[in-house]
Design a protein around this ligand. Structure first.
Ligand SMILES: Nc1ncnc2c1ncn2[C@@H]1O[C@H](COP(=O)(O)OP(=O)(O)OP(=O)(O)O)[C@@H](O)[C@H]1O
Length: 283
């Protein structure tokens, strides 16, 4: 993602005389950031996410700087005459992948989300949970610059929920942005990012960090050449402390630890991983 996606003075209402659901929204989504959107039922969270995803247009105001975007809607349209694999392959080509690359990415995501056994099942015959996995796969397969997730964890089993959290870490570590709504306040609660609350049609920035930081974390200690800068992707997902010149402790939510390790081990500079340990309980 090269630049900021901006909403300036954005308002949305449904119907000419409908009440304003959102009004005067100014928001910048910068590359590599994670944004949680909160609010009570009916406050306008999904409306905001549809505007950010570009599948709905504002009634007033401007949206600029749109990156390559993918979206998991609150309700996935399932009754299309495709199998899961054919649908994902088709969408991959729509996103600009070659047919071969799209089929490969479709297979990989069905595998990662634990639904590969249903690759040949028509969408209309998938269970609710499997259908949600296909909804998640369609958004992830083309590695979007902006990923918009509306209750995307709902209906997923524990393994798939973990896989989606990892995918979020991958997207942010590689410079993409992720905007999400989730009814569980613990979702990605430890991850670095910003929280906004939708209230009375306006957007209020709540805190620098998401939610209540009480989830399991992992501390990775690394050593590199003194004076070398940690990879940007690592700094997007981890809190870093320099213990000595060139020696850092990086703290991440447990769900992000393997993405952090991969980011460090594939960086240009050779970072030596000294230790990896779990940090439990309140800090
Ligand atoms: N397509 C639509 N046509 C008419 N009104 C709509 C439409 N979509 C949303 N609304 C209305 O806009 C308001 C905000 O809805 P929205 O779905 O954005 O809220 P939400 O915060 O996501 O709610 P929830 O937490 O229940 O999912 C509600 O009053 C809703 O009825």
């Amino acid at each position: 993602m090269q630049r900021e996606l901006r909403l300036d003075g954005v308002g949305r209402r449904y119907g000419i005389r409908g009440p304003w659901v959102l009004r005067g929204i100014d928001l910048g989504v910068t590359p590599g950031t994670l944004v949680r959107v909160e609010g009570t039922n009916g406050s306008g969270k999904s409306t905001l996410l549809r505007l950010l995803a570009g599948i709905d247009a504002p009634t007033e105001g401007r949206v600029t700087g749109r990156p390559r975007t993918a979206y998991v809607p609150e309700r996935f349209p399932p009754a299309l005459p495709f199998t899961a694999a054919a649908y994902l392959t088709h969408l991959g080509t729509v996103h600009g992948l070659s047919r071969r690359a799209a089929a490969r990415a479709a297979g990989q995501w069905l595998e990662r989300l634990g639904v590969a056994a249903h690759a040949s099942t028509p969408l209309a015959r998938l269970s609710k949970g499997s259908s949600q996995k296909v909804a998640v796969a369609q958004a992830l397969l083309a590695e979007p610059e902006l990923l918009v997730l509306d209750e995307a964890w709902t209906g997923l089993d524990a393994d798939a929920r973990g896989e989606l959290e990892r995918a979020v870490a991958e997207r942010t570590a590689s410079g993409g942005a992720v905007v999400f709504v989730d009814h569980d306040p613990r979702r990605l609660a430890d991850a670095r990012g910003a929280t906004y609350t939708v209230r009375d049609g306006a957007l209020h920035r709540r805190t620098e960090h998401l939610g209540v930081p009480d989830g399991p974390r992992v501390v990775v200690r690394v050593q590199g050449p003194p004076g070398d800068v940690l990879p940007a992707g690592a700094l997007r997902i981890a809190a870093a402390e320099e213990d000595r010149p060139g020696s850092y402790s990086l703290t991440v939510p447990a769900s992000h630890s393997d993405v952090l390790l991969r980011t460090l081990l594939t960086a240009g500079t050779r970072w030596h991983v000294v230790s990896v340990h779990a940090q439990e309980g309140p800090r």
